[in-house]
Ligand binder design. Structure first.
Ligand SMILES: *Cc1c(COP(=O)(O)O)cnc(C)c1O
Length: 361
């Protein structure tokens, strides 16, 4: 299916009209024109507001994974210790990514239906393992859960861990992400989730402590962060920036700021609650455990036991509804409704629920 009548995939989401319009211009060279630098700086300022941070925000051309890789590779040398907290596919994956280039990774893996609750276990491991970096995912999109980050940030500071790395790709703009208050050194985002843009831009906030480490590690590579430290001052980027992509990302960010951050958060929370209530009323079961925190941007539901995911998906598509399956151990077991960005829309979710009700065996 090329276009979705009822789009409910948790990224890429339905692109906002304002964003599409930003792509309809034949921009000049981003390497040469001061207008590009102004746009980049404005986009950075908007993202700082959305991320509640004073830290520099780096904007890279590429999807979210680029920032996930770039932040790991730029901050870690082989042998550096990483405590990877995993409550889902992305959390586990980030630990594996760090291990793949020689970091010494210790994992705390919780069941994918859970969110972080036992800070004591984490603190104990931090004290004995003494990591350079803690990695964690705020919204585990494949599980439909939202990890509390505030307490982790307090522990990071108390115990003197140099870096806290948080993948907030699918929560930024749809839920409070208090980068500075939560002591996050690397807060990672992407354009295709709550910012309602294309899957073409990645961004992350970088703390002063992180910049110092990035300088020491001195990683050079396509995803490297180091060149961005001075890119704005010198108007010299490591490769030709994607003017369209930055313009689209900025349009998505401005939509949220125009709506008001707290309004956006409550829209997401209300639509998510509505979706969960409806799912329960239909006799379906939510994937997150009852004591886990459900995500305000995506709802994960167990595939009904008397139908396969493939058949269920095909039936939904007949009515124009496209949801997503899930990944890793949740493949074929869980389906997901993405109510983020443009899709955090009560009327859209109501149409989706209508279709699910029709095809339920
Ligand atoms: C979408 C997403 C990413 C980035 O994925 P891309 O496909 O590269 O945009 C990273 N982490 C989480 C939790 C996500 O939901």
């Amino acid at each position: 299916m090329k276009t979705y009548p009822i789009p409910m995939v948790p990224g890429p989401v339905k692109v906002a009209r304002e964003v599409l319009e930003a792509y309809q211009i034949n921009y000049g060279s981003a390497d040469m024109e001061p207008e590009f630098l102004e746009l980049y700086n404005q986009t950075e300022a908007n993202l700082k507001t959305i991320l509640s941070t004073q830290n520099q925000v780096v904007i890279q051309s590429g999807e979210g994974m680029l920032a996930l890789w770039g932040a790991l590779k730029s901050c870690l040398a082989p042998g550096d210790r990483v405590l990877s907290i995993a409550t889902g596919v992305f959390g586990d994956g980030i630990g594996d990514m760090a291990a793949s280039f020689g970091a010494e990774v210790r994992k705390i893996s919780l069941p994918y239906s859970e969110t972080i609750s036992d800070m004591d276990e984490i603190k104990k491991l931090v004290e004995t393992f003494n990591p350079k970096m803690i990695t964690v995912v705020h919204c585990e999109t494949p599980s439909g859960t939202l990890n509390p980050i505030a307490e982790l940030g307090i522990a990071k500071k108390e115990l003197g861990v140099p870096l806290l790395y948080v993948d907030a790709v699918s929560s930024i703009g749809g839920a409070p992400v208090l980068t500075d208050e939560w002591n996050i050194d690397l807060c990672l985002g992407g354009s295709q989730k709550c910012l309602s843009s294309l899957p073409d831009m990645a961004f992350l906030s970088v703390s002063q402590a992180a910049w110092e480490i990035i300088d020491q590690v001195d990683y050079a590579g396509y995803s490297a962060l180091k060149p961005f430290r001075t890119a704005q001052v010198e108007h010299y980027f490591p490769c030709t920036p994607n003017w369209h992509g930055v313009a689209g990302l900025n349009a998505g960010a401005e939509m949220i700021l125009k709506e008001g951050l707290t309004n956006s958060f409550s829209r997401h929370a209300e639509v998510a609650q509505y979706c969960r209530n409806y799912i329960n009323e239909m006799g379906l079961t939510l994937f997150p455990a009852s004591d886990a925190v459900p995500a305000p941007t995506v709802t994960a539901v167990n595939v009904p036991s008397n139908i396969s995911w493939q058949e269920f998906d095909a039936n939904l598509r007949q009515y124009g509804l496209v949801v997503a399956g899930s990944y890793g151990p949740l493949t074929n077991k869980v389906f997901r409704l993405g109510h983020m960005g443009t899709q955090a829309d009560r009327e859209l979710v109501a149409r989706a629920m209508d279709v699910i009700g029709k095809v339920l065996p």
